[in-house]
Design a protein around this ligand. Structure first.
Ligand code: SF4
Length: 257
């Protein structure tokens, strides 16, 4: 079985254009074995009820893994783990599907939202409902295509009745988005709304207090603005978000009027 899994693993590397592997020392061999185990579990759907990714800064085995696997492949392995996750029992039982993230794996800019809603749960993609349409219009005004950015949420399953995620649900899902950001390594992260800002920055401050400043998350510059769903309920705040986006675009070296 291990041999079969290893062959699948090599085929997946080849499909992403990786034709040579570096000479293996013991640590690298261990990273390969670990990746094979993850892929084997993904293939069989067994043993993945808990997130197996680690939180916090990269360690040696992570950097070995990054040498071995392209970003898209690493995200696919992580997505498979998310699909099998049952950590939040209520959410796992009520979801139609998990909503992992979408966009350019090499994006300079990530949008970090809150949680999937009904449309996202149905379609498996973040920000596809009414709030997502508004985000698309904001991107267009900034001369950015949706496919150029990466979009993810703090949790991957829809909370019933569109309630806010609980603290426990945010903690359960934390290793997944931490790993996503670690893989993508965006230069900029735009937090959409208070839940995203609180989760990423570990702060209790309101969006109103956090906006118009550059914060830091590891190597990324972070900006905070209001969630598009908030704008749908409070259209007057659109002007504030537009100011925030212009600020972000200037920071990114792509100013808009
Ligand atoms: S929200 Fe995250 S941690 Fe909770 S069940 Fe879904 S994928 Fe797992």
């Amino acid at each position: 079985m291990q041999r079969k899994v290893f062959q699948q693993y090599l085929r997946s590397l080849a499909s992403f254009g990786l034709t040579d592997l570096p000479k293996c020392d013991r640590q690298v061999a261990e990273a390969i074995r670990s990746s094979c185990k993850d892929l084997g579990n993904s293939a069989t759907g067994q043993g993945l009820s808990q997130p197996t990714v680690r939180s916090g800064a990269s360690d040696d085995s992570d950097s070995q893994e990054s040498v071995l696997l392209p970003k898209a492949s690493r995200l696919q392995v992580l997505d498979d783990q998310v699909r099998a996750c049952q950590q939040c029992t209520d959410l796992a039982n009520s979801r139609t599907q998990t909503v992992f993230g979408v966009g350019d794996v090499n994006a300079r800019l990530c949008f970090f939202g809150e949680a999937p809603g009904a449309d996202e749960d149905r379609l498996g993609e973040p920000f596809v409902g009414e709030a997502g349409q508004l985000l698309n219009r904001i991107l267009t005004a900034c001369h950015i295509q949706r496919s150029e950015v990466y979009i993810l949420n703090t949790i991957k399953c829809r909370p019933t009745n569109n309630r806010n995620p609980t603290e426990a649900e945010c903690q359960n899902c934390r290793p997944f988005w931490e790993k996503q950001i670690e893989i993508i390594q965006p230069d900029f992260i735009c937090c959409l709304g208070g839940v995203a800002a609180k989760t990423l920055l570990g702060t209790e401050l309101s969006v109103g207090r956090l906006r118009e400043k550059i914060h830091r998350y590891q190597k990324s510059k972070v900006m905070v603005t209001y969630h598009p769903a908030y704008l749908l309920r409070n259209p007057d705040a659109k002007r504030l978000v537009w100011n925030d986006m212009k600020y972000l675009m200037r920071e990114m070296g792509q100013p808009v009027d």
